[in-house]
Design a protein around this ligand. Structure first.
Ligand code: PHE
Length: 429
């Protein structure tokens, strides 16, 4: 459940619908599904297996396999750098969630100026909300209460799913929704191109929290009687179902909003402000709901903040626990140093939003996450003795050796994953 909590987050409700809306809807959906199950899931199994075998922070876990300490340190630092970079842009978007959560309440008590400020894109508001979200994440990780939040969030996950279903039913009662559904489910192959494929790959790795050693650490928390391939499949299914549901809500809601006079597309037919699309479309939907709109909006954004928090704490906890163990510093000091460093990167992005935001999202999710995921696949497939891998997976999966999974997976990691990923990158070049 903790791994699912890390996986489910902004990637599902912001990343996936935005990408689908910008990349032709259904074609993106199908390529994304293929990426999750053909490429990301086998790699998730590999990352969790390394973690459970290593029983410690990523540097220690990798060191147990590659036995060369410098190599393990370099690999670990690369993963942690990617995690920090992701957290920096993640806290900006999660900050927006907090703004949209608070704004209806401020409206109700008559503070309309403050409410409008929280909802409008601007430097001051972005800085304030981002730092607020970073402080919240740092507070949770500093107190070491991430378990509590995760337990809480797994109880709330069903509420989020029910709310999604109700909102999806509601949106289909509105004029224009079917046009969005058509875009989402009926493929128009003229949209298909190499960039779409590479974006779908990045989105799959981002959504499953891959590459950045988060899943390695969560693997180390897995009990020895847990069946890793099964757990990984469950995480991938939950995560994908929620992303699919978010698309089923947001793409129709885009067209409903357009029908109600909200500008979504430019005259040339491209999406306006894709980064903030979800934050235009959702409030426009809540506005159509009359008196209950503000209340439902607050419940929705509150649940989303918690979903984002279980992802952000995983992103901060991993470098923090690594620093505590490897550099022998206190938890307070580690949270403070890493938290401030990440906040500084976020501030830099906010001041140069147009130039940096999309760039950092792209570098981290489209390049670093898949390439690091591939590195773990190579570590598992090539550098680790097959017998030890088998022994590790056998815990919780006694007869794995007789399964089709075991006959395919090790060589799949060795040959198929690198070739597939190579092809995807080569196509964009
Ligand atoms: N998977 C998370 C989401 O979809 C983001 C994330 C990426 C979390 C990498 C941890 C590590 O929101």
């Amino acid at each position: 459940m903790a791994a699912a909590g890390s996986a489910v987050g902004l990637g599902n409700v912001w990343g996936f619908p935005t990408q689908a809306a910008s990349n032709g809807g259904a074609v993106f959906l199908f390529v994304y599904l293929a990426m999750v199950f053909v490429l990301a899931l086998p790699m998730l199994i590999s990352e969790l297996t390394i973690g459970r075998y290593g029983q410690g922070n990523p540097v220690r876990a990798l060191n147990k396999i590659v036995s060369n300490r410098s190599a393990a340190v370099i690999m670990g630092v690369m993963a942690l750098t990617a995690a920090a970079l992701i957290l920096s842009f993640y806290s900006i978007i999660a900050g927006w969630l907090m703004g949209f959560f608070a704004s209806p309440a401020l409206d109700m008590v008559g503070l309309t100026g403050a409410s409008t400020w929280l909802e409008s894109f601007g430097l001051g508001r972005n800085l304030f909300l981002t730092l607020l979200f970073m402080l919240l994440t740092m507070h949770v990780v500093r107190k070491g209460v991430t378990d509590g939040i995760e337990r809480w969030s797994s109880r709330l996950m069903p509420v989020l799913i029910v709310l999604f279903i109700l909102l999806i039913i509601y949106i289909f009662t509105q004029e224009g929704a079917l046009e969005g559904l058509k875009l989402y489910l009926v493929p128009d192959f003229s949209y298909f191109n190499a960039d779409l494929v590479v974006n779908a790959m990045g989105q799959a790795f981002f959504s499953l929290s891959l590459g950045v050693a988060v899943m390695m650490v969560y693997g180390s928390y897995l009990p020895k009687d847990a069946n890793i391939p099964k757990t990984a499949t469950q995480v991938a299914l939950i995560d994908t179902a929620i992303a699919f549901g978010a698309g089923l809500l947001i793409l129709p809601a885009m067209f409903v909003a357009r029908n109600n006079g909200v500008e979504i597309y430019s005259d040339a037919g491209t999406l306006l402000n894709s980064d903030t699309l979800v934050f235009t479309v959702l409030p426009a939907m809540f506005d159509t709901m009359g008196a209950v709109g503000p209340l439902i909006s607050m419940v929705f954004f509150a649940l989303m903040i918690i979903a984002a928090l279980t992802s952000s704490i995983s992103l901060l906890e991993v470098p923090v626990s690594c620093a505590i163990e490897e550099l022998k510093i206190s938890r307070n000091k580690a949270v403070l140093t890493i938290g401030i460093a990440v906040s500084l990167i976020a501030i830099l992005i906010i001041f140069n939003f147009g130039a940096l935001f999309g760039l950092v999202v792209n570098v981290a999710t489209v390049y670093m996450q898949p390439l690091l995921g591939l590195l773990w696949a190579i570590v598992t497939g090539w550098l680790w003795s097959r017998a030890t891998v088998l022994e590790e997976i056998r815990n919780g999966f006694d007869d794995v050796e007789q399964t089709l999974f075991w006959r395919i997976w090790p060589n799949y990691l060795r040959f198929v994953c690198p070739v597939l990923m190579g092809l995807v990158f080569a196509a964009t070049i």
